[in-house]
Design a protein around this ligand. Structure first.
Ligand code: NAP
Length: 246
């Protein structure tokens, strides 16, 4: 079993990598900038007896995605699993304050990046292309349904696109032996919140959550790894909320 996880240098991606390694996957670990964290994760995976290939690539850049998949082909072998996890948020803002540049970046990383990686995975996994099937998990967000007014409607809408993509692609490739599912995390304790979004409102929002706590990256990883596994063999086109009831 060979899995590529985008945005694996920290947070949900890193937790998913460690759980995949525990379950016997060899791993391609993608990151954009944080090579030190990605490298430390790769060492942990190797210490667990699995292969780990580090691949720097900005998923919004087609040439970099092509180079990343070529490296996986050459150094690990046929891909069986993809986790489209890499994503960005921008500082909390109302729509009238958002620049086109910000909106373009959010959509290019979160939507175009996931499309490009899924396309390359399907080209390799699809039975009609000589592959043996596989599984894709897209990491969406509860924001896709909540809309995130006043904070980041651009990010929320990008995740809405991911939900629609998940349902459509699942039906498109079901006959090719590929399952496609999504997870919609709620508020998870990762560094993403330092980069923007909820800011000073975060503690108050967390206190008001049904479970009165943030989720852990490992709790989302459990759902992702289940959806990748044969235990989910009849599950495709599903969107699983991992949001503590939010
Ligand atoms: P995080 O801690 O901010 O990590 C984001 C990861 O994405 C990093 O590894 C980062 O790599 C990578 N990345 C960013 N831009 C990239 C690009 N252009 N190309 C490749 N990699 C890129 O985020 P997280 O909280 O773990 O979130 C993971 C996923 O869960 C995202 O899809 C996010 O939208 C979703 N989610 C998170 C929450 C939450 O509360 N945490 C809630 C709902 C959904 P570098 O650091 O190397 O740049």
């Amino acid at each position: 079993m060979i899995a590529l996880i985008t945005g694996a240098s920290r947070g949900i991606g890193a937790a998913t990598a460690l759980l995949c390694a525990e379950r016997g996957y060899d791993l391609a670990l993608n990151f954009a900038r944080d090579e030190a964290s990605a490298n430390a994760l790769a060492e942990q995976v190797r210490a667990m007896g699995r292969r780990a290939l580090l691949v720097q690539a900005d998923v919004s850049q087609e040439a970099e995605v092509l180079r990343m998949f070529a490296a996986v082909d050459a150094e690990l072998g046929p891909l069986t699993a993809l986790v489209n996890n890499a994503s960005v948020v921008a500082p909390g803002a109302r729509l009238e304050q958002m620049t086109a540049e910000r909106m373009r970046r959010v959509f290019e990383v979160n939507v175009l990046g996931s499309f490009l990686c899924a396309r390359e995975a399907v080209r390799r996994m699809s039975r009609s292309n000589g592959g043996t099937g596989g599984a894709i998990v897209n990491v969406s967000s509860r924001a896709a349904q909540l809309g995130s007014p006043g904070v980041y409607v651009d990010y929320a809408a990008s995740k809405g696109a991911i939900d629609t993509f998940t349902v459509g692609l699942a039906r498109e490739v079901a006959g090719e032996g590929i399952r496609v599912n999504g997870v919609r995390p709620g508020i998870i304790d990762t560094e993403i919140h330092a980069g923007g979004g909820l800011g000073a409102q975060l503690p108050g929002i967390v206190a008001g959550l049904p479970m009165a706590r943030m989720g852990k990256a490992q709790e989302v990883a459990q759902a992702i790894v289940w959806l990748l596994s044969d235990a989910a063999s009849y599950t495709t086109g599903a969107l699983l909320d991992v949001s503590g009831g939010r």
